[in-house]
Design a protein around this ligand. Structure first.
Ligand code: ZN
Ligand code: ZN
Length: 416
């Protein structure tokens, strides 16, 4: 077996790894590069047959549903089978109707944790991991008597941190090459830890208790861990979490009984449909989709009258609805995603608007990626023959932190 990283040896974004064994090939991830956010001009990596199709290119295996791992799939030949998690597929499908450039991918086979999948000469064993993207996997691939472990994106401090500990306690054995993500390198000190989702729950609870009006939390509905954190804090504060149709659809799509959603059996969660969303749903011919949330609907006057008992999963454009409903008295905005998004665009506009309106604005967030001490534990547990950095802007730091590091170049073939 041999591999080449098409993108990711020196950057986060556009992750794509090609594996070849006995005349057959597969791809692990096919992400959109961060510096080419426009799909229409972004170029596919130089993989034979990716555009035209090729009998020996057997599958594109996606570690999880973040666009930097699947975003170029719509440009690939549609005959190439896509393999991903069931819930990741469902969440992307539910989101597609609501998101500009949203795409519903269709998998031909599914990743199931610890179940080995055979594709040609490749035996792929997925390991479900803790990450801010839902239904995310690390991938163990065996081919030609060699063994590769690709970490995908992962962390230990989320709501499913136990999955990371399980991997460290019971690691895949005799790994020849490990591709390990290093998103955190260069972003924080090497001995620094991130706050956990549990820490965040406590912070949210504290802020909700100190907010006299509605608490508005700006986080991605697809960051399911975070939605659960916000929901739990809301419930503990005696508040109800308001979600829009998009978030309601995404939460339902997870298919997990343990994840709160506006369905029978769940309390402290309700649905509001902002005006712009109502119009969009009608235009897209899917207005009937909200019918199933009828029992859970709240109306603008109820938001105004019960503001002190509500937390809203919020985006900047929803401010208009809250203003129209006269529901902003005593409100607080909590930014719960990467701070970099506040530099320009919708994030910067929201921050400015809060300043103008005298609405308190603060950030409560934690990373979707492992800290350096956690990465060290993982690398030590797996103890690969060679460890190659991927999904990182900080590869130079790897040799000083981990054993057996090999720095690869984009496009270079490496024999396992
Ligand atoms: Zn990710
Ligand atoms: Zn990523």
């Amino acid at each position: 077996m041999r591999l080449r990283i098409h993108r990711g040896t020196r950057e986060i974004g556009g992750t794509c790894v090609e594996l070849e064994c006995e005349g057959a090939r597969i791809l692990l991830d096919l992400g959109l590069p961060l510096n080419e956010p426009d799909l229409s001009v972004a170029r596919l990596p130089d993989v034979v047959g990716l555009e035209s199709g090729s009998a020996d290119l057997l599958a594109i295996v996606l570690s999880h549903g973040h666009r930097d791992h699947w975003g170029l799939v719509p440009k690939a030949n549609s005959a190439i089978p896509v393999v991903m998690g069931t819930a990741a597929e469902a969440v992307l499908g539910a989101a597609a109707a609501f998101i500009p450039g949203g795409v519903a991918l269709k998998a031909s086979q599914y990743l199931v944790s610890d179940k080995t999948l055979t594709i040609g000469p490749f035996k792929i064993t997925p390991h479900i991991v803790d990450h801010s993207g839902f239904d995310a996997y690390a991938l163990e691939v065996e081919g030609g008597a060699k063994r590769l472990f690709y970490s995908g994106d992962l962390r230990a401090h989320g709501r499913k941190g136990g999955l990371f500990e399980r991997l460290v306690r019971n690691p895949p054995r005799e790994i020849d090459v490990m591709l390990m993500e290093g998103s955190s390198l260069g972003r924080l000190a090497i001995d620094q830890a991130f706050p956990s989702e549990k820490d965040l729950e406590q912070q949210f609870l504290d802020r909700f208790n100190r907010t006299s009006g509605i608490a508005l939390v700006a986080c991605s509905a697809q960051n399911i861990d975070r939605v659960v954190t916000v929901y739990r804090a809301a419930k503990r504060a005696g508040r109800t979490l308001l979600v829009d149709a998009y978030a309601a659809e995404v939460l339902s799509a997870t298919g997990y009984d343990t994840i709160p959603k506006p369905e029978h059996g769940w309390s402290n969660i309700a649905v509001h449909i902002p005006q712009a969303q109502r119009i969009q749903l009608v235009r897209s011919g899917i207005a009937s989709l909200v019918d199933r949330y009828r029992e859970f609907r709240v109306w603008p006057e109820q938001i105004r009258d019960n503001a002190s008992q509500l937390v809203m999963l919020f985006r900047g454009w929803m401010m208009r609805d809250l203003e129209r409903a006269d529901a902003l008295s005593g409100a607080r905005v909590i930014w719960s995603q990467w701070d970099g998004y506040l530099a320009d665009g919708a994030g910067a506009r929201l921050k400015n608007e809060c300043e103008t309106r005298n609405i308190p604005f603060e950030t409560i967030h934690t990373s979707g990626h492992a800290s350096v001490p956690d990465l060290k534990r993982l690398a030590a547990a797996i103890a690969p023959g060679r460890l190659i950095p991927i999904h990182t802007f900080g590869r130079e730091a790897f040799p000083g932190l981990f054993d057996n590091v090999m720095l690869a170049e984009d496009g270079e073939w490496i024999d396992l």
